[in-house]
Design a protein around this ligand. Structure first.
Ligand SMILES: Nc1ncnc2c1ncn2[C@@H]1O[C@H](COP(=O)(O)OP(=O)(O)OP(=O)(O)O)[C@@H](O)[C@H]1O
Length: 300
């Protein structure tokens, strides 16, 4: 079941295209990574889904229904530019946001208590927002995004401003929310978080979608059948086809492109040159795939 479906989305700011004919399907219950270089069109897409701006043309549907004002409450949005009321106290601020999203006063109080306890920050309840550090305010902003149990959570750079310990806490909360059935759309430039969290990714570049699919499939399609080899005790010169060999710590390291050969045949051949310490397929990281895709589109 697809919770979010985007079809033929176009958006221009004057002559500048921000989205060109973008289609996206977000399966229910997944963590969906929306990737792309600066200025690609990610924020524009997120703002359209959040009904902050309108598309020039195209459709967005939530659970099979065309996007409408009633869907605002089913979406939690953590924007890149955070917006808290500096003069308000933490507890007041969270109560305000929860009630704004339709929770009763009683339910809102319960949720504020739950989240402050969960993130172990109950002591902050009477602190003024202006007295919080950037990372502390970021936690409050995160709570304000999830406090009404939205079906869809859209997080724009959720880890920025957090130290590694707090980034880990937020990462675990995101995974927990996914376990409970929340669908998460995550826009980030931190590729290691994408590798850790996302089931699906889509990449936008220069307003066009250039890549889309389950992470394992995207990685599979980017494989180049190249193996990384480490040999020790090499007792005869290596043939020219093993180019780029580097000697370090008593070992020789190089990459081999396998072509149509079977890995076992290459392994047997390598054993004739020395002791095989390591022989493993090079699986591209999401970061490498991202850089490759951006480079490809520079030549188009
Ligand atoms: N309000 C605006 N007025 C004019 N042009 C805009 C406006 N907002 C965005 N753009 C342009 O639209 C394009 C897409 O911008 P967008 O903010 O959606 O990119 P992004 O992928 O979110 O980038 P980043 O990763 O830097 O946040 C860019 O060329 C940008 O300059």
């Amino acid at each position: 079941m697809d919770i979010l479906k985007i079809e033929g989305l176009h958006k221009k700011y004057g002559a500048q295209s921000a989205l060109t004919d973008v289609d996206l399907v977000v399966p229910k219950g997944c963590i969906f990574g929306l990737l792309g270089p600066n200025g690609a069109g990610k924020t524009t897409l997120i703002r359209i889904v959040n009904q902050i701006i309108d598309a020039d043309s195209g459709n967005v549907s939530v659970n099979g229904e065309l996007l409408a004002p009633k869907h605002i409450k089913s979406i939690g949005y953590l924007p890149e530019e955070r917006g808290l009321y500096k003069r308000m106290k933490v507890g007041e601020q969270l109560l305000y946001f929860a009630q704004l999203k339709g929770l009763s006063s009683h339910a809102a109080k319960g949720k504020v208590k739950y989240w402050l306890e969960k993130l172990e920050i109950t002591a902050w309840v009477d602190k003024k927002i202006e007295d919080l550090s950037k990372g502390m305010a970021q936690k409050i902003q995160f709570i304000s995004t999830v406090i009404h149990d939205p079906e869809i959570l859209i997080l724009d750079e959720p880890f920025s401003g957090f130290d590694p310990v707090n980034a880990e806490i937020i990462k675990n909360v995101i995974l927990e929310l996914k376990e409970k059935g929340t669908t998460v759309m995550l826009s980030t430039h931190r590729m290691e978080s994408v590798e850790l969290l996302c089931d699906h990714i889509a990449m936008i570049n220069k307003s066009h979608k250039v890549l889309d699919g389950p992470v394992h499939q995207v990685k599979d399609e980017a494989r180049s059948n190249t193996f990384e080899v480490k040999l020790r005790a090499v007792h005869q010169p290596l043939p020219e086809k093993f180019t780029g060999a580097i000697e370090m710590a008593g070992m020789v390291r190089f990459d081999v492109s396998l072509g149509d050969d079977a890995p076992n045949d290459l392994l047997k051949e390598l054993m004739g040159y020395g002791e095989v310490v390591s022989f493993s397929e090079k699986i591209p990281s999401i970061e490498e795939i991202f850089i490759q895709k951006v480079k490809e589109s520079e030549y188009e």
